[in-house]
Design a protein around this ligand. Structure first.
Ligand code: DOR
Ligand code: ZN
Length: 345
């Protein structure tokens, strides 16, 4: 049983960094562990143009404390009115790495999202031509669809037809939560991949609802039944390059989570690698952790792998109940639990 693991420095292929004080508060947690991150554009207002992404990237770099080497990879929030020419220019100029499809009203700050993928057919065609990745929040939004079925319905109603229509489009099905998504991605061609969060590998829906309602276990897509968690764990440790790390770390201050209408989002950045490596360890798959965490993401995006390394050591430590994010209390994933691995740097 190895007591430490050293791997190529990982990247986070799905991250919410927010803006302003919250950005300054949460960025060091991610920059400590990851070299790069795909930064979500769901600010208020959302990042919908090359100019807005350039400005946001500058704010992120200004918030980065000295001594950190971190590169934010920017995404464009797609709307019904996205200008294909603008995002193609932004991609060519190295401002955008990917574009994000939020079905309108699927989640936090998605009100300006796409109401029908037919409205962005031209944008997607252009993205397929230039090799720009589409990141997808895969949930339907119809009010008659049960919240636990929204991902599976999205596959049948939206994703499968989209991929059949544009087979060359590179698609990341983000933060997958179901066995149906695992099966779909496994069977799809090499242009389709998925990210998996730490929380969906650790918790099922009982974590939200048994013994009291637990807002810090609530995110979207919501955690599903145990059989789905087991399918996600099998996919993550499978060694398939179609499944890679994306935390979906989504900080909200404590009061916004512990409310009559609590926000969706789990803040897992402070102990993200410790959380993931625990899963690989429990599954007896430590030798496949590096592929998932550090290789398959850059390979899919066509970016170079990082050249430096990080080390995690088998050491027990208790996760704090709350961390400070520039003066705001935020409850981290695994709060109060003992983790068996520590990040050494
Ligand atoms: O739980 C979530 N939180 N899911 C999302 O899709 C958005 C995110 C956020 O921005 O808070
Ligand atoms: Zn997200």
């Amino acid at each position: 049983m190895s007591d430490s693991i050293t791997i190529t420095r990982p990247d986070d292929w799905h991250l919410h960094l927010r803006d302003g004080d919250m950005l300054s508060g949460v960025l060091p947690y991610t920059a400590r562990q990851f070299a790069r991150a795909i930064v979500m554009p769901n600010l208020a207002p959302p990042v919908t143009t090359t100019a807005a992404a350039r400005d946001y990237r500058a704010r992120i770099m200004a918030a980065l404390p000295r001594g950190f080497d971190f590169t934010p990879l920017m995404t464009c929030y797609l709307t019904d009115d996205t200008d294909a020419e603008d995002i193609a220019q932004g991609f060519a100029n190295g401002v955008f790495t990917a574009a994000k499809l939020y079905p309108a009203n699927a989640t936090t700050n998605s009100a300006h999202g796409v109401t029908d993928v037919a409205n962005i057919r031209g944008v997607l065609e252009r993205m397929a031509e230039i090799g720009m990745v589409l990141c997808v929040h895969g949930e339907v939004t119809e009010s008659d669809v049960d919240v636990f079925d929204r991902e599976a319905e999205f596959i049948d109603r939206i994703l499968a037809p989209l991929i059949a229509d544009l087979p060359d489009l590179k698609v990341v099905f983000e933060h997958i939560t179901t066995a149906q998504a695992v099966d779909f991605v496994t069977q799809a061609g090499s242009a389709v991949a998925a990210t998996i969060t730490p929380q969906h590998l650790h918790i099922n829906r009982n974590a939200m609802l048994v013994g009291g309602i637990r807002p810090h276990a609530y995110c979207l897509p919501v955690a599903k039944r145990e059989l789905h968690r087991l399918a996600l764990r099998a996919a993550a440790i499978s060694g398939s390059p179609k499944f890679f790390l994306g935390t979906d770390s989504a900080p909200h201050d404590r009061a916004a989570k512990e409310s009559a209408c609590g926000c969706a989002g789990i803040f897992n950045a402070p102990f993200a690698l410790e959380s993931y490596v625990t899963v690989f360890d429990e599954e007896g798959a430590l030798e496949r952790f590096e592929g998932f965490a550090s290789h398959y993401g850059p390979d899919f995006y066509g970016l170079p792998r990082n050249t430096d390394t990080v080390t995690l050591r088998r050491t027990e430590h208790v996760v704090p109940d709350c961390v400070d994010a520039a003066g705001k209390p935020v409850v981290p994933f695994h709060a109060g639990e003992t983790l068996g691995w520590a990040f050494e740097g």
